[in-house]
Write a protein that binds this ligand. Sequence first.
Ligand code: CA2
Length: 147
Amino acid sequence: MSSVLVLNGPNLNLLGTRQPEVYGSVTLADIEGLCRSHAAQIGLTVETMQSNHEGALIDAIHAARGTHAGLVINAGAYTHTSIAIMDAVASVELPTVEVHLSNIHAREPFRHRSYLASVAIGQIAGFGATSYTLALDALAAHLGVGA
Ligand code: CA2
């Protein structure tokens, strides 16, 4: 069965504890559980990882090569700043879906730029936790899993 790495970046460990008006009330554990159960329904397995550290995220992306068939990444604020994460995604040559809970294009201008977008197969933003299940669906379709 194809395995997907679901990576979450800085501050996403705080989900459900602060700013519910922006990010909703679901916790990261809720999202990871949702990803696991949805993946099982569509013929994928999921591994999850969260870090507040850019280098740790890059190490996880490098380690995904040869282990996972694709990536789902919410890089948090690193989305808008990190050429290093963009380069890591490009280097592993794994199909990657960029996800965001909020609609980054309807927020402050500095959130409109995504360095990841140019190396991802696509971006899903604005659907809360559902962004993640939509990303898994898109990756499954791209991989031809469950077709
Ligand atoms: O909408 C998203 O998923 C974001 O990636 C979330 C990032 C933000 O910097 C991006 O522009 C869009 C921030 C995650 C911070 O999460 C928090 C959760 C609860 C309390 C505080 C921060």
